[in-house]
Design a protein around this ligand. Structure first.
Ligand SMILES: *[C@@H]1O[C@H](CO)[C@@H](O)[C@H](O)[C@H]1NC(C)=O
Ligand SMILES: *[C@@H]1O[C@H](CO)[C@@H](O)[C@H](O)[C@H]1NC(C)=O
Ligand SMILES: *[C@@H]1O[C@H](CO)[C@@H](O)[C@H](O)[C@H]1NC(C)=O
Ligand SMILES: *[C@@H]1O[C@H](CO)[C@@H](O)[C@H](O)[C@H]1NC(C)=O
Ligand SMILES: *[C@@H]1O[C@H](CO)[C@@H](O)[C@H](O)[C@H]1NC(C)=O
Ligand SMILES: *[C@@H]1O[C@H](CO)[C@@H](O)[C@H](O)[C@H]1NC(C)=O
Ligand SMILES: *[C@@H]1O[C@H](CO)[C@@H](O)[C@H](O)[C@H]1NC(C)=O
Length: 882
């Protein structure tokens, strides 16, 4: 009460100072959130009295009853219901200045809503103005919710990152929202961007540029969701992202007041550097798996740069390096830049091209490489990301990665191996069919690499008129030693008549086993040197051709000279005759065969027959199978043959000679072909009366016989000369008959062989034959019961056999044919008459009997007057004779 009075006294004093006091609180209503702090300021002006003023805070929930809250000077001022909150400091008053205080509620409660009154006790001399002011406080429940979406944990550099945050509240009073994204790296947190509460955007100081470039942008979120998109993230963008939602109120008087906020951690994002997955590989276009390549000067080099796992956000710059020096670069926009001019290198990079051949594929081509193009080739890529947003044309690029491939090695063979060739004939044929050998030697060889190889190719041009006038490929041995045959020579190479070989490291041979005239002509050899590249391919490094070499030989027609000589002469029958035939070939070479025919003729002008032949394969052919045992023809030397005739007979007399034919074949499977043939001189076999000489004679006891008589025809042989003993002699005798009428055909009647066995030939005739050996030399044919059909000519053929005294073998002498004798069988009267007589007698008897009967009947009956005419037998004999 005392204080009241005191205050009043002060107030009156101040008023007395002629001023009107003004107490001011913020204009309401104030909207605050339950649990959040509330602060209401109150000041006083135009007051009198002491500078420092006192304040009292009261509140009214219903506008009538007031509750004392707190006073700056009266500690017992507060309502007991608030004493706990005041004691705990939940409710306090803070003096800000002499004339201003602030009522603070640390955590507003819903029942704190009401009208708050600030009073100042008067210190004025005269009371004027207002001594209290009031403001409405509304406490609303906390409905602000912040629920961020967890961003991806790992983002590749250059990709976009979207940060989504859902900030909501229940709208019962006009409050506003803002959302702030921030990134925390370690202890420090930086705001990236704030949106709101009035729809404005505020960027963190470090992100102002990126926001203005479009690298950071707000996306219109669905359903009130806020989205922040960071384009093309960089490694510096990694960290823990946070989302801060704030609810605001707009106090009357133009002040934005945060009334509640909520900050949530969104998640930690790590950015993988673009170069991390990016991979680059250099390879040879022709052999992608190999790491080095051997080229010859002038070759083309093609290299491929493959960029693997390139994120599409990256833009590449591709550079090919040779020995670390840049050759060609394809920049980000695809423009190819050459470093040739600036590097000043004398290399031929003017012939180099770089092009993009596919997704992530860049091909380097170098034409006509030379020695200095060898080295290590690598592909370098630089990956760039455009910092700015999509819209920012020509934006800033920054390099996110640089990678260089493992280099591949290009070797260019330094110098061509240099050598000279000498072609020579090491075996020269003097004529056709002889072997020939050509030798192609490599000399003065220089700079042939260790693993270098030589290949040879032979060619041939025939002499004019002797074959193909164009150069023809005979065959080659390639760098691996494989034989490749030329088409026209393929068969000869296959059969081995022709062969190609390498006999010394540096000498090649071409061999003909048997030459032909068409093989004459010009030969040339071409030797090439080869190197093995690192991937195993053979690369030709140089090639030289020999000067042509002409090979020719005597091509006169081949001829044979055959000389026959008597080895053993035959001077007697039964002797053995031997004759040799020697052949000398002329203008003939190589491998030959001979065919020998032994010919004979009885006399100078008679027919020639071939006795015996010997084929080139030494097979004997007999023309007379009967003499098989006694003749022979053998090869007794390389060019000598011997003819042998054993048991020479008189019939063997005549001229004998050889006809020798040289035959050849080019290949074993070929047929023999005649090359030349020649006849020898003739050698005569001639002797007289030596050995038995036989003759045959025929005679009959009568030249005509009567039918049914026996005719005897005798064949008698006679032997002259050295007549063998009777035991050493026998004959084969055969009789023949030739009808006079019925053609000249002779029919064999019967024969007796040399062992005495008789054979009769069945005949139609009723006559029969027998043979009788009278003595050693005489044989008799008996013809029993001759008939007219046996009339004709008879002769016999005899073959004498004798035991040769010279050979001791039974020898067949020449067949002997007798002259012919005529046998006539006389007309057979009885034979002709017997049948007509028989019939006539029978008829006469019949007629006689009939006449007798008739006469008896007539005589018996009425016809007693009969005539009787006797018949003469003689009239029946009247018929024609043959
Ligand atoms: C007093 O308070 C009101 C409202 O808070 C304010 O507008 C005013 O400027 C203050 N006066 C002084 C002198 O501080
Ligand atoms: C945002 O949050 C509110 C409150 O939690 C919820 O009702 C709403 O469905 C959310 N919106 C989306 C898009 O998640
Ligand atoms: C939340 O955002 C508001 C408004 O930007 C800011 O004033 C406040 O400090 C933020 N809170 C935190 C914890 O960062
Ligand atoms: C040329 O190559 C040199 C050395 O590698 C390098 O320093 C230079 O930048 C290159 N110039 C161009 C235009 O690529
Ligand atoms: C090869 O060697 C010979 C003699 O040594 C020389 O005259 C010639 O010029 C050389 N050829 C090459 C291509 O080097
Ligand atoms: C020699 O024999 C051969 C082969 O049988 C034949 O072609 C040639 O005509 C004969 N020579 C003579 C002169 O008969
Ligand atoms: C024997 O006679 C018959 C019939 O007359 C005839 O067919 C046959 O050829 C004859 N035979 C001889 C060997 O004459």
């Amino acid at each position: 009460m005392f204080t009241r009075l005191l205050t009043l006294a002060f107030g009156l004093f101040l008023v007395g100072g002629c001023s009107a006091r003004v107490v001011t609180v913020p204009p309401g209503p104030l909207i605050r959130v339950e649990g959040q702090p509330v602060s209401i300021r109150c000041n006083v002006t135009d007051y009198g009295g002491p500078r420092e003023q006192e304040f009292e805070w009261k509140m009214s929930r219903d506008g009538k009853s007031k509750i004392n809250i707190i006073s700056t000077f009266d500690l017992s001022f507060s309502d007991p219901s608030l004493s706990n909150r005041i004691a705990s400091g939940d409710i306090s008053v803070v003096r800000l200045q002499d004339n201003e205080v602030e009522l603070k509620v640390a955590e507003a409660k819903l029942q704190d809503a009401g009208s708050y009154i600030c009073e100042t006790p008067s210190t004025d001399t005269t009371a004027s103005g207002n001594y209290e002011a009031q403001v409405q406080l509304t406490v609303i429940p906390k409905t602000l919710k912040v629920s961020p979406e967890t961003p991806p944990q790992v983002v590749p550099e250059g990709r976009d990152l979207t940060l989504t945050c859902n900030v909501t509240r229940e709208l019962t009073y006009p409050t506003y929202l803002s959302v702030t994204w921030s990134i925390k790296k370690g202890a420090t947190s930086e705001d990236i961007l704030t949106f709101g509460p009035q729809g404005e955007v505020t960027t963190g100081s470090k992100f102002t540029h990126r926001y203005s470039d479009g690298g950071i942008r707000l996306a219109p979120g669905r359903n009130g969701v806020f989205e922040l998109v960071i384009s093309r993230v960089m490694t510096s963008d990694q960290g823990t992202y946070e989302c801060n939602g704030t609810e605001w109120t707009y106090d009357r008087g133009g002040r934005w007041t945060r009334i509640v906020e909520s900050k949530k951690e969104m998640g930690t994002v790590s950015v993988t550097p673009a170069g991390h997955s990016l991979n680059v590989k250099a390879s040879f276009y022709s052999s992608p798996s190999s790491t080095s390549l051997l080229l010859s000067p002038g070759d083309s080099l093609t290299l491929l740069c493959s960029v693997l796992e390139k994120p599409d956000t990256l833009t590449l710059e591709v550079t090919w390096l040779a020995n670390g020096r840049e050759i060609l670069t394809m920049d980000r926009s695809g423009v190819v830049l050459s470093n040739a001019s600036s590097s000043g290198a004398p290399g031929k990079q003017g012939d180099a091209t770089l092009e993009r051949t596919g997704v992530g594929e860049y091909r380097l081509g170098v034409r006509g490489v030379s020695g200095e193009d060898g080295g290590l080739y690598a592909c370098r890529i630089r990956a760039f990301v455009e910092k700015g947003g999509h819209s920012a044309g020509g934006g800033r690029w920054y390099m996110v990665a640089e990678k260089t491939s493992t280099p591949v090695t290009v070797k260019v063979s330094e110098t061509k191996p240099n050598f000279t060739l000498s072609l020579s004939v090491t075996q020269k044929p003097s004529r056709m069919f002889e072997p020939m050998e050509l030798s192609c030697s490599v000399t003065d060889i220089s700079s042939l690499p260790q693993e270098g190889r030589l290949a040879v190719s032979w060619e041939h041009t025939s002499l004019p008129g002797k074959g193909n006038a164009n150069a023809q490929h005979v065959g080659s041995l390639d760098g691996n030693g494989n034989l490749v045959s030329g088409k026209p020579y393929a068969d000869k190479l296959k059969s081995g008549v022709l062969s190609l070989s390498r006999i010394q490291p540096n000498t090649f041979k071409l061999q003909f086993l048997r030459t032909q005239d068409s093989d004459m002509g010009q030969f040339a050899c071409t030797v090439s040197s080869w190197s093995v590249s690192s991937q195993g391919d053979l690369v030709k490094t140089s090639e030289y051709k020999s000067s042509p070499l002409t090979v020719r030989w005597d091509d006169k027609r081949p001829a044979l000279n055959v000389v026959a000589k008597t080895i053993r002469g035959a001077s007697r029958g039964g002797d053995t005759f031997e004759m040799s035939c020697a052949v000398t070939p002329a203008n003939l070479g190589g491998w030959l065969g001979y065919r020998v025919d032994v010919n004979s003729q009885d006399s100078e002008n008679s027919n020639t027959r071939t006795v015996l032949s010997l084929s080139s394969d030494n097979v004997v052919q007999h023309t007379d199978p009967d003499r098989r045992d006694s003749v022979g023809l053998t090869k007794t030397g390389p060019a000598e043959f011997r003819f042998r005739l054993a048991g020479v007979q008189l019939s063997d007399r005549g001229f004998y000679w050889c006809n020798i034919t040289a035959v050849t074949k080019l290949q074993p499977e070929d047929e023999w072909t005649n090359v030349a043939s020649s006849e020898s001189n003739k050698i005569r076999i001639n002797f007289q009366e030596n050995g038995p000489s036989f003759s045959v004679d025929i005679n009959s006891d009568a030249s005509s016989v009567y039918p049914w008589e026996t005719a005897k025809i005798e064949c008698s042989l006679s032997v002259s000369g050295s007549s063998p003993k009777a035991d050493d002699l026998s004959y084969e005798v055969t009789w023949f008959f030739t009808r006079l009428r019925g053609g000249e055909k002779k029919t064999e009647l019967a024969s007796i062989d040399r062992f005495g066995v008789i054979a009769k030939i069945h005949r139609n005739s009723s006559s029969d034959v027998s043979i009788e050996r009278r003595d050693t030399h005489t044989y008799l044919l008996n013809l029993y019961g001759t008939q007219d059909s046996d009339s004709g000519e008879y002769h016999c053929i005899a073959t004498p056999w004798y035991l040769s005294t010279s050979t001791g073998a039974w020898t067949e002498a020449k067949q002997l044919t007798s002259k012919r004798i005529f046998l006539s069988v006389k007309f057979a009267v009885w034979d002709s008459l017997k049948l007509p007589l028989l019939y006539g007698a029978a008829a006469s008897l019949g007629v006689g009997l009939f006449s007798l009967l008739l006469g008896l009947v007539c005589a018996h009956c009425c016809c007693r007057n009969t005539t009787h005419t006797p018949r003469s037998h003689n009239k029946l004999l009247n018929f024609e004779m043959d």
